[in-house]
Ligand binder design. Structure first.
Ligand SMILES: Nc1ncnc2c1ncn2[C@@H]1O[C@H](COP(=O)(O)OP(=O)(O)OP(=O)(O)O)[C@@H](O)[C@H]1O
Ligand SMILES: [Mg+2]
Length: 262
């Protein structure tokens, strides 16, 4: 499948409620603020949340786009007026549309994204779980992230995500982001648990990309349906995600210059 030259960043977790939607949309803001043209795709087909976290009345028309009823330009909504604005596409919140989406929908979505011109970056907010469609999208990403919390069940599910992605891709693994950690020590212990299991059973180690602290401003921002970057731009969680966006942005710049030198 050939595709436009955007960089695809997919945010998954295995376990639900680890903060995927929050991480994906805050990263989308930071990528946009750094000058990238960004599309945030809410691939939580059954229970789309990104537009709710953003307080938007209209989430775009992902089902229409996939079915070929709605052209790309009409299927997206623009979020934010400023320099850190980005496009969003999702199923209508609360609709349950595409609830039973599986691998076929993921393949159709990837095909549709081939025509997504004019974006430097597409960020996909993946559904919870390790379903076939979810893993297809993760396997096609340039940067796949697995978001875990220090909760042992989240760690186990993050390992399952790592294992299934490695199986799909001949060994490629997602980068680990630890969310809701009390501090760096807990985050490193959490990431270390996933890395040790991968090393022992899969003979390969995923990278630890960083952590986002437990921060009351996150819940406050979501309850007010504001992005963290507007509600509390200097909060510890916003600062951590800014640093993560910079790490991922730096990766893409490195690869671009490597390609142009060839
Ligand atoms: N760093 C953080 N500090 C404090 N609370 C957080 C943090 N990250 C996420 N949360 C809280 O966790 C809740 C779940 O976040 P979010 O909806 O982004 O998770 P999710 O992984 O997308 O969930 P789902 O699996 O249902 O799609 C949010 O309502 C938010 O209040
Ligand atoms: Mg979500």
């Amino acid at each position: 499948m050939t595709r436009s030259s955007y960089r695809l960043t997919a945010v998954g977790s295995g376990k639900g409620g680890t903060g995927k939607t929050f991480v994906a949309l805050t990263l989308a803001h930071f990528f946009a603020a750094a000058g990238e043209t960004v599309l945030l795709l809410d691939a939580d087909f059954g229970l789309a949340n990104a537009s709710v976290q953003l307080g938007l009345g209209h989430a775009g028309d992902l089902p229409g786009l996939i079915a070929g009823r709605t052209p790309f330009a009409k299927a997206i909504v623009h979020v934010g007026a400023g320099k850190d604005g980005f496009d969003l596409i999702a199923a209508p919140a609360g609709s349950g549309a595409l609830a039973n989406a599986g691998e076929t929908i993921a393949d159709k979505l990837l095909a549709v994204l081939c025509n997504a011109r004019n974006y430097d970056r597409i960020v996909i907010d993946l559904p919870a779980g390790v379903g076939a469609g979810t893993m297809t999208l993760a396997a096609h990403a340039d940067d796949a992230l697995v978001v875990t919390t220090p909760d042992p069940t989240a760690i186990t599910d993050a390992y399952a995500f790592v294992k299934l992605m490695a199986r799909r891709t001949g060994g490629r693994m997602p980068g680990i982001v630890v969310n809701m950690a009390t501090g760096e020590a807990e985050a490193k212990r959490t990431a270390g648990a996933v890395i040790r299991s991968a090393d022992a059973f899969l003979k390969n180690k995923p990278d630890y990309l960083g952590f986002v602290p437990q921060d009351g401003a996150v819940g406050e921002a979501i309850r007010r349906q504001k992005t963290l970057t507007t509600y509390a731009p200097d909060s510890p969680a916003a600062t951590a995600l800014g640093a993560l966006a910079e790490t991922l942005g730096g990766e893409s710049r490195k690869r671009q210059s490597a390609t142009s030198l060839r």
